[in-house]
Design a binder for this molecule. Structure first.
Ligand SMILES: O=C(O)CCC(=O)C(=O)O
Ligand SMILES: [Fe+2]
Length: 358
């Protein structure tokens, strides 16, 4: 296997599933990507072209809507953290991100009552902008396709890690989240501004990112194990796939969530991350304990596994450090810390606790 210190991102061709010999090669390559990189591209992923194109075409129209049309679906209205947040409303790694975004999820009803887990309040309906009625169908179709792809992918991941294909499916949530993100072009004279700061994805299992601008538009970078930032170029026909913090926990740190960031640049950029969700009621005990023996058994005990750069190690991972009991609570904490106005409005009882627990 190649060195862990990656300088480019591997590509996994999902059409190789069809024959046993090419599938063996796919699983071998995937295992390397999982253990040593944490970032990969998938090609031949079977998501229909037209589903992707319709979404890509919708993005400039959506972000061109006047402010009042965007703010009609403001994230501040939603105890589920679903809706529009304007540039300046989000911070990562202590700095303001230069991006605006619409956050959607699997369409669910809000049936939360105070007797339920507080984190179950994250579950609820989307807000759809009335100025763009066609958007709902486009987004729902895309979420449906990505839900399917991400489940199929999770089965391959299990096989690549010597586990039965369905191993990870029981950890899945009923709610997956999708963000439509717009990074405005940076101001003249400003180079390498923060589109989104260094982070590991905290929404769950795996992220499937569509880089939705022209391939000449750069910005996304992943941190390798020596602490160098590696460009993740936009390759047409692919999704960028990366490990989230939940998966890092369940694999006992054998598969690390890779730290990444987006730099803003001279051209505007669109990105569409799909975050495959993890059960909100999953406890740390269950997450770490279920596959502990498998991941500690020595089969992954190569020098580079589990290694991480200094900068990567410093990324906040509250669930891993055992601060809160459930995955859902950790996710709620992250959301409240990123969107403090929503936190104050809907989660006043826990706001101080979650924002002052460093
Ligand atoms: O826009 C991108 O390319 C990446 C966005 C991202 O990493 C995130 O929102 O978690
Ligand atoms: Fe991310």
């Amino acid at each position: 296997m190649a060195s862990s210190n990656f300088t480019s991102i591997p590509t996994i061709d999902l059409s190789k599933i069809t024959s046993p010999s090419s599938k063996a090669k796919l699983l071998y390559d995937l295992r390397h990507a999982l253990l040593s990189v944490g970032f990969l591209y998938v090609t031949n992923h079977s998501v229909p072209d037209h589903v992707i194109k319709e979404l890509v075409n919708a993005l400039p129209l959506l972000f061109d809507l006047p402010s009042f049309a965007k703010n009609e679906v403001a994230l501040q209205n939603s105890s589920h953290f679903l809706g529009y947040s304007e540039t300046g409303a989000e911070t990562t790694a202590g700095k303001v991100d230069a991006r605006e975004q619409f956050e959607f999820s699997t369409e669910l009803i809000d049936d939360w009552t105070p007797e339920n887990l507080l984190a179950d309040r994250l579950k609820g309906p989307n807000q759809w902008p009335s100025a763009y009625p066609e958007l709902r169908q486009v987004v729902e179709r895309y979420i449906e396709e990505l839900t399917r792809l991400s489940e199929k992918f999770l089965e391959l991941v299990a096989e690549a890690l010597d586990l039965p294909p369905t191993t990870f499916l029981s950890f899945l949530s009923d709610q997956h989240r999708l963000k439509l993100v717009h990074y405005p072009q940076s101001l003249p004279g400003v180079t390498d501004g923060q589109g989104v700061g260094p982070h590991k994805d905290s929404s769950g299992w795996w992220t499937f990112l569509l880089q939705a601008s022209d391939p000449s538009v750069k910005g996304l970078q992943a941190l390798n194990k020596s602490g160098d930032w590696i460009d993740v170029p936009n390759i047409p026909g692919t999704f960028v796939v990366n490990i989230g913090q939940g998966f890092e926990v369940v694999t006992n740190g054998v598969c690390k969530a890779t730290t990444h960031r987006v730099l803003s640049g001279p051209s505007e950029r669109f990105g569409v991350p799909f975050f495959q969700g993890m059960r909100r009621d999953l406890t740390k005990e269950e997450a770490v304990g279920t596959l502990k023996e498998h991941f500690e058994a020595g089969r992954f005990a190569r020098e580079e596994v589990g290694m991480e750069s200094q900068e990567g190690r410093q990324i906040d991972s509250a669930f891993l450090r055992g601060k809160y009991d459930t995955w859902g609570e950790t996710q709620l904490r992250t959301k409240i810390r990123s969107h403090r106005d929503v936190g104050r409005k809907f989660y006043g009882d826990v706001f101080e606790k979650y924002t002052n627990d460093d």
